[in-house]
Design a protein around this ligand. Structure first.
Ligand code: NAD
Ligand code: ZN
Length: 340
C-alpha cells in the first residue's frame, strides 16, 4: 500500500510503498476513505526537535474516515464506517477516567493517529482499539474527515463558553480549516455578533457566508471594528486559530472586561499572563487541545443533522504534497481532503 511517511523533522514527507499492516490484539484495520490535511501537519514537518516532541518515522494523517476491513482477535465485532478519534489515550489514567482523554497523562512521546504514530494519509491504517472509533453511518467521507480534528477542536474550544454565547460578542481569528467550522458552530448556537479576522479576502468572503456579522483583515482592524460595536468595550470571547505574535499581541485590546481568550493556533506567538497587568479585568486564558471522543460523537451528530458542514477541496493521495503547498500558501478554501 502507499503511505505518506514523515521520515525526519525538517524534511517533507515521502510517498512510500509499505506492507498493509496486519491487526493483532484489539487493533482494527481501516481502509482509508478520506484524510483531511491540517496546518498542524506543516508544524510536524517543519518542527524543531524541541518544539515537536514526536519522533519520526511515522505516516502522517490525523483526520481519517474509513471502513473496517479486518480486526485482531481481541477487538470484538467491528464493522462499518468510522471516524477515527486520533488521540490514542491510555483509557485508565485519571484524565481518561474522567472522559478527558485529550489530556491523557500517559501521552508524552506521541499523541496518536498521524502524530507520532502511523496515521491515515495512506491506503490503509491500523487503529489500536475500537475505543478510538466513532460510527459515521453513510455520508460523504470527504465531508466527514474534517470533523475529526478541524470541527472537533473548534467544538471543544467553544464548549466551555456555550452557555454564555447568547448575548456575547465573539471574535474568530483565522478562517481556515478550524476557523470556518468554528464560525458555523457559533452561528448554530445563536451567537449574533461574530467578528471574523483573516488577511485573505476569500477567507473573509467565506466567513460572511458562514454567519460572520463583521469581517476584518487583521487583528488591528478587528480592534477598530470592536470599538464601534455595543459600546466599544471589546469581545467576550476571542478564539485564536492563528496564535501568531500579531494576533496574541492584540489580545488585551480585543477583550472586554470578563472576556476569555482561547488560544488554539500554534503560530509562534505568546501571551503574557500577569496579575496587575493584562489580567486585571477578570480575563481568562486557555489553550485547549483537540477534543474528547464524546465531543466527536456530538460533532458527528451535528453534521448528520446538517448543522455543520466542512467546505472542502479534494485531492488524490499522490497529490497530497500539492495540497500541503496550497495550505502553506494560504490558498485552501476550508479544508483540503485526500481520497486514496
Ligand atoms: P489553516 O491554514 O487552514 O487556517 C489558518 C487561517 O489563518 C488561514 O485562513 C490564514 O489566512 C489565516 N491567518 C494567517 N495569519 C493570520 C493572521 N495574522 N491573522 C488572522 N488570520 C490569519 O490552518 P488550520 O488547519 O485551521 O489550523 C490553524 C492552527 O490551529 C494551526 O496553528 C494548527 O496547528 C492549530 N491546531 C491546533 C489544534 C489544537 O488542538 N490546539 C488542533 C488543530 C490545529
Ligand atoms: Zn490516559
Amino acid at each position: 500500500m502507499r503511505a505518506w511517511r514523515l521520515l525526519d523533522r525538517g524534511t517533507p514527507p515521502v510517498l512510500q510503498e509499505v506492507p498493509v499492516p496486519r491487526p493483532t490484539g484489539e487493533q482494527v484495520l481501516l481502509r482509508v476513505e478520506a484524510a483531511g490535511l491540517c496546518h498542524s501537519d506543516l508544524h510536524l514537518m517543519d518542527g524543531a526537535a524541541g518544539a515537536v516532541p514526536f519522533a519520526p518515522p511515522y505516516t502522517l494523517g490525523h483526520e481519517v474516515v474509513g471502513t473496517a476491513v479486518a480486526t485482531g482477535s481481541d477487538a470484538g465485532e467491528v464493522s462499518g464506517r468510522f471516524a477515527v478519534h486520533g488521540i490514542w489515550a491510555c483509557g485508565s489514567c485519571r484524565q481518561c477516567r474522567r472522559g478527558r482523554e485529550n489530556y491523557c497523562t500517559a501521552l508524552t512521546r506521541s499523541i496518536g493517529c498521524g502524530i507520532g504514530r502511523d496515521g491515515g494519509l495512506a491506503d490503509y491504517m491500523l487503529v489500536p482499539s475500537p475505543r478510538h472509533l466513532v460510527p459515521v453511518g453513510d455520508g460523504d467521507p470527504v465531508a466527514l474527515a474534517p470533523l475529526t480534528d478541524a470541527a472537533l477542536t473548534a467544538f471543544h474550544a467553544i464548549s466551555p463558553h456555550r452557555d454564555a454565547l447568547a448575548e456575547a460578542l465573539v471574535v474568530v481569528i483565522g478562517v481556515g480549516g478550524l476557523g470556518h467550522l468554528a464560525l458555523q458552530l457559533l452561528h448554530d448556537t445563536g451567537t449574533t455578533a461574530l467578528v471574523a479576522v483573516d488577511p485573505r479576502p476569500e477567507a473573509r468572503d467565506l466567513a460572511a457566508e458562514l454567519g460572520a456579522t463583521h469581517v476584518a483583515g487583521s487583528a488591528e482592524a478587528a480592534i477598530a471594528t470592536l470599538a464601534t460595536l455595543d459600546g466599544g468595550a471589546g469581545a467576550d470571547l476571542v478564539l485564536d486559530f492563528v496564535g501568531s505574535p500579531d494576533t496574541l499581541g492584540a489580545t488585551d485590546l480585543l477583550l472586554a472586561p470578563g472576556g476569555s481568550s482561547v488560544v488554539v493556533g500554534s503560530g509562534g506567538g505568546s501571551l503574557t499572563v500577569a496579575k496587575g497587568g493584562t489580567l486585571a479585568r477578570g480575563w481568562t486564558v486557555s489553550a485547549p487541545f483537540w477534543g474528547t471522543r464524546a465531543d466527536l460523537v456530538e460533532v458527528v451528530a451535528l453534521s448528520r443533522a446538517g448543522r455543520v458542514h466542512a467546505e472542502t477541496e479534494t485531492y488524490a493521495l499522490a497529490d497530497a504534497m500539492t495540497a500541503y503547498e496550497r495550505l502553506r500558501a494560504g490558498q485552501v478554501r476550508g479544508r483540503a481532503v485526500v481520497v486514496p
